[in-house]
Design a protein around this ligand. Sequence first.
Ligand code: TYD
Ligand code: MG
Length: 455
Amino acid sequence: MAKAQTIFTCQSCGATSTKWSGRCDACGEWNTITEEKPLSQGPGKKSLGNARGRAIPLTDLSSKEAPPPRTASKLDELDRVLGGGLVPASAVLVGGDPGIGKSTLLLQAAAAFANAGLSVVYISGEEASAQVRLRAQRLGLQDAPVKLATETNLRDIMTTLDETRPDLAIVDSIQTMWADNVDSAPGSVSQVRASAHELTTFAKSRGSAVIMVGHVTKEGQLAGPRVVEHMVDTVLYFEGERGHQFRILRSVKNRFGAADEIGVFEMTGAGLSEVKNPSALFLQERSQPAPGSVVFAGIEGTRPVLTEIQALIAPSPHSQPRRSVVGWDGSRLAMILAVLESRCGIPFAGLDVYLNVAGGMRIKEPAADLAVAAALLSAREDASLPPETVVFGEISLSGALRPVGQTENRLKEAQKLGFSTAILPTGGKATATKGMALSQMEDLTSFVGNVFGAG
Ligand code: TYD
Ligand code: MG
């Protein structure tokens, strides 16, 4: 008989190996590998053999089925990220750092869906019922017809859900669930995987929607929800900087809608409130045009969002100057600096570079390249851009500027918010609109020459 083998699982990415090591080969995290019992011990056969199973009926791609009926929560920011509302029998994972506001968001969502006519069960494995009730009171949601329970035993939860058959079950959080058939501690990858599997299967077989909360921690105390991402239909991330009141709900995977859609919320004393016009909010703290500050006209999902990009350049006391980025990709910054240096002859050696996206926004678009370059140059030359100007465009390694998608939308949003000039690459589908001057450039060198003199 084969010996019952233990496996070693990375608590961060879920990779398995047969021996322990200090660093996970798959994701590179340190001290995340722990010993776990494998989920099931099969009979040890190498192949399926000749035994016949059941033949599965095959169907065509064409179907007469109507698109899934969605329920809108009337929290527009949430509905948009879900792809237009909650789909029955879907499994949704909401991930985010501790304390970012996941429980608050889901309690508000629970109340909103309950008020929209769904039967909603909210199961908290983290907080006592009294705590959840207190929070509901604080948010003014105590009268919403939400059924509440505090439990971590998955078997009891599944039995309860099977009996009540709610339209929506919310489980906060997947890391606190404990399945008694799995021989490891709550929060370990096997437990998280088993719990998510049970809940997803429940959603599919019973037609209830399930929303699960997952923590993301660097310490690896609680397993990251990465392993669960494959199982569920929709993965949403709730992001934001702790010091800022803005929170962004971003869909990174959605089988029922567009990925990369965002919903913007503001954390207030009375819970999360929706931000209908994020551009105005992100720009509200912007003062007069200042060196190092540039407004980027970006697109998040289907929506244009204007954000302020700030750069600071200072002589470095260190032999290795600092490159510090908040809200953007550090390696992309290194690339822009290299292009500025080798294509435009503007050196950054011996200078510390700080780059910040104002308001706690995180930009993932390459279209921000030109705005970042503009902020860096503006900070370096101590010269501000012309007032009421937005900038966008991708920079290639050759120093050429590449047009980006949805130019029209970006320009419209900028105009709506009172901007009168746009600096953008040539090409693309830019048409001049009344009251909006377009300044189109071929490459970074002409940008430097036109905007900052000879550089
Ligand atoms: P919470 O939803 O508990 O975060 P998570 O479930 O992601 O860990 O929210 C935590 C923070 O939100 C907490 O620091 C307090 C703040 N908060 C407010 O500012 N206003 C509110 O109305 C509520 C309920 C929370
Ligand atoms: Mg919580």
